[in-house]
Design a protein around this ligand. Structure first.
Ligand code: PLP
Length: 404
């Protein structure tokens, strides 16, 4: 079970005030706050462990390398990957998908081929494919979103053709909270021999993810959304596929041998990690994953689902509220609009009450167009949030509503 008061004491920032009011932080889908153990691990790394990794014979370099490589193994274990060769450190989900789009396209995509994405993707799972499609001439097809915020799986089946080379979809929508049935989508795609990439930015922090059980061929997530530091993220890729894909960037670390005539590339995963990696970030990410495991991902999922249901129930008591997305299976995100109040007005006034929510298109403009709205107010939850904070949010919305 979750002991919220104890957990909250692990997060120094949760004790602060904003405009003289206790901070109510409901912007967890954008980034999560950091527990003391993660903050301490960054300080410890620079105070005691710092040296560039992988290329030093001296004690500190080897020590930092060991810490970074054990962090890689922690990530492997956390997402249930088979081998550390399949865990590539990146700057975050965005870089993971850009790496994938660039490298996968060069290896496997030609003019006339097709990549399927969905209508609820974050821009970071749309634009990298558009950039590559301009270079390689493949087509992007889009799985439609139903009115309730679920994907139209029947339409998905009809989009698959003998030209489909990849399906790339989000596990959890950062706007609607919809948990997509990725296992089902993967099974369908695999029955046609098509690999599937999953954007796990909003899933890994909230629900149990096992890439091998899901059958995902690629899986991306960001450290900062799972209580780790900014600037570190992960791309999991199946070894057989990664081995056939060319490097994303060139430089130190990713080579075996360089001559002016020809360069040979390093083995996995280093082939995809050019330059000095953010080893401090990797080490702190491993600490964050340890912290999450100490609470238990199933406990987290259960508690957050309770919070989310409570929030929906309380929000529904507000006249004129419209909750956007009503999927059967959802995660810790609620998007809404109240009457004709513009989301940014609502967000600004809630902010004055110490309540941090996000407003706007949430980097999902095509989804906003599909829903026929310019943006939403989004409250997104973490295991350190409380029902009392949701009550504060609801009271705040009521107050703002009365001002309009
Ligand atoms: N994908 C989804 C579903 C997201 O919610 C986000 C961030 O909000 C991203 C990708 C991009 O993550 P990052 O900015 O950490 O690279």
């Amino acid at each position: 079970m979750i002991d919220v008061e104890k957990i909250r004491r692990d997060f120094p920032i949760l004790g602060r005030e904003v405009y003289g009011k206790p901070l109510v932080y409901f912007d967890n889908a954008a980034t999560t706050q950091k527990p003391r153990c993660v903050i301490d691990s960054i300080s410890e790394a620079y105070c005691n462990e710092n040296a560039n990794v992988h290329r030093g014979i001296h004690f500190l370099s080897q020590h930092a390398t060991d810490l970074m490589e054990s962090a890689r193994d922690k990530v492997r274990q956390f997402i249930g990957a088979g081998s550390t060769e399949e865990i590539i450190f990146t700057r975050g989900t965005t870089e993971s998908i850009n790496l994938l789009a660039s490298s996968f396209s060069r290896a496997f995509l030609n003019k006339g081929d097709e990549v399927i994405i969905s209508g609820m993707e974050h821009h970071s799972n749309i634009v990298p494919w558009q950039i590559q499609s301009e270079i390689h001439g493949f087509k992007i097809k889009v799985i439609p979103v139903l009115d309730n915020g679920e994907l139209d799986l029947e339409a998905f089946k009809t989009l698959i053709s003998d030209k489909t080379r990849l399906v790339s979809i989000t596990h959890v929508s950062n706007v609607l909270g919809t948990v997509n049935p990725v296992a089902e989508i993967i099974t369908e795609a695999h029955s046609h021999g098509i690999p599937v990439a999953v954007d796990g930015a909003q899933s890994v922090p909230h629900i149990k993810v096992n890439v091998q059980e899901l059958g995902a061929d690629f899986y991306a997530f960001s450290g900062h959304k799972i209580y780790g530091p900014t600037g570190i993220g992960v791309l999991y890729g199946r070894k057989e596929l990664l081995e056939q894909m060319p490097p994303y960037q060139g430089g130190g670390e990713m080579i075996k041998r360089v001559t002016f005539e020809k360069t040979t590339y390093n083995e996995l995963p280093y082939k995809f990690e050019a330059g000095t990696p953010d080893y401090v970030g990797s080490i702190a990410l491993a600490k964050a994953l340890d912290y999450v495991q100490s609470i238990g991902i199933d406990n987290i999922a259960g508690y957050e689902s309770e919070l989310c249901n409570y929030a929906i129930e309380r929000l529904n008591s507000i006249p004129d509220i419209r909750i956007i997305g009503n999927a059967g299976h959802r995660s810790a995100v609620v998007s809404f609009l109240v009457g004709n109040i513009y989301p940014s007005d609502m967000g600004t006034l809630l902010d004055r009450l110490g309540i941090a929510v996000r407003t706007g298109h949430h980097c999902a403009e095509p989804l906003m167009d599909r829903m026929g709205i310019p943006g939403t107010v989004r409250a997104s939850f973490a295991f350190y949030n409380t029902k009392a904070e949701i009550d504060t949010l609801v009271a705040g919305i009521e107050r703002v509503r009365k001002m309009f």
